[in-house]
Design a protein around this ligand. Structure first.
Ligand SMILES: Nc1ncnc2c1ncn2[C@@H]1O[C@H](COP(=O)(O)OP(=O)(O)OP(=O)(O)O)[C@@H](O)[C@H]1O
Length: 344
């Protein structure tokens, strides 16, 4: 079956009907700074498939968090949507005002953060915070309390009723992140955004949280946007993957295509640098030579050109569109994938 995330960007631009929960269409986001405008997202086309996990990977500074925060209306004050739309149902999220966002956020779209303390109020008990989230529900306090306990049990917190009375600092980091997941799922959102949710945890806890997320995503049927540096975690958890570079999506497709037949030289380089894939433990960890371009002045042509081992003159001159990849269910922003170029 063709991946749902691909339907909006069919090579011929026909935009076949798809089962996307969210369609990001030509989204561009700028940050205004005293030293110029940072073009953090440039013409992003992507779909978050309904009931699946979409992974977002790429080097630090490529725009992953900006994309994630765009989807929940939490961009920094100096951010500006410079173009495009984020469609969810009949709404364009880029046009929502504060009241509409308050209605949507936490109810239909929820987020878990890298540092659970970002989301938890340090001076309020876990129980009170979980009651507060249910303020819209027309149920008794006892029913809300029971639901809070039920969700703490869903995230496998032992002796859940007793945890309602504790403060966040009384829990371990792993337990705090479980509480955040319980709080995020409490309103049964359609979309859960997870921005590096396991980075602060050790490897064992990371795997526990990832398998918990997978189990809960299947149970609740929500869509998940999972932002991570850890390719192994993304491979474990995600159905589809978007690879970002310098504010653009440079490749996307099924996790199978991205990890087994990567088409973009940048995706290949990312995989080559993944510590989990390097068999020879005595070797120094390889890195991708060069640095991200200055996003105040993104280069014309291919943004990866200066670091790419394959680049040629066309890459400097012509910005590559998303071409269909060999895997059949991936799209690649690289002239190497241009079938006509190959045929020439
Ligand atoms: N508030 C801001 N003002 C100015 N520039 C910003 C702001 N927030 C992010 N940026 C810039 O936008 C670009 C994208 O940043 P973003 O945080 O989205 O990347 P990222 O891929 O999530 O990185 P990381 O993995 O380190 O979180 C970077 O060049 C970053 O410096």
């Amino acid at each position: 079956m063709v991946s749902t995330a691909l339907n909006a960007a069919t090579a011929d631009g026909s935009g076949a009907a798809s089962d996307a929960l969210v369609s990001i269409e030509g989204l561009s986001v700028d940050f205004d700074t005293g030293r110029g405008t940072v073009h953090a997202l440039r013409d992003i086309d992507l779909e978050v498939p309904r009931g699946k996990v979409l992974g977002l990977v790429g080097e630090s500074g490529c725009g992953k968090s900006t994309l994630a925060y765009s989807l929940i209306g939490l961009l920094a004050e100096n951010a500006r949507v410079a173009g495009g739309a984020i469609r969810m149902g009949d709404q364009d999220l880029t046009r929502l005002g504060p009241a509409a966002w308050r209605d949507l956020r936490g109810r239909r779209i929820a987020m878990i953060f890298q540092d659970p303390m970002t989301a938890l109020n340090p001076v309020t008990t876990i129980g009170q915070q979980m009651l507060d989230i249910q303020y819209r529900d027309d149920t008794s306090r006892a029913a809300k309390r029971a639901r809070a306990i039920e969700f703490l049990e869903q995230v496998q917190i032992p002796d859940a009723p007793s945890k309602l009375d504790v403060y966040p600092h009384q829990l371990s980091g792993g337990m705090r992140q479980r509480v955040c997941i319980a709080m995020a799922l409490l309103t049964q959102p359609d979309l859960l955004i997870a921005d590096e949710p396991t980075t602060a945890l050790d490897a064992t806890l990371e795997m526990q949280i990832v398998s918990l997320l997978r189990e809960l995503q299947r149970k609740f049927g929500c869509s998940v946007l999972f932002v991570s540096h850890h390719l192994g975690t993304v491979a474990e958890l995600c159905d589809e993957v978007a690879v970002m570079y310098a504010g653009e999506v440079v490749e996307y497709g099924s996790a199978r295509a991205i990890f087994h037949t990567p088409g973009h030289p940048y995706t290949q380089a990312l995989l080559d640098c993944d510590p989990a894939r390097i068999k020879d433990a005595t070797r120094d960890l390889p890195t991708i030579p060069g640095t991200l371009p200055d996003l105040r002045q993104p280069p014309p042509g291919c943004a990866y050109r200066a670091r790419c081992p394959h680049g040629w003159e066309r890459c400097e001159r012509e910005h590559p569109p998303l071409y269909a990849g060999d895997a059949g269910d991936n799209r690649i922003r690289c002239h190497l994938a241009d079938a006509e170029e190959g045929a020439a």
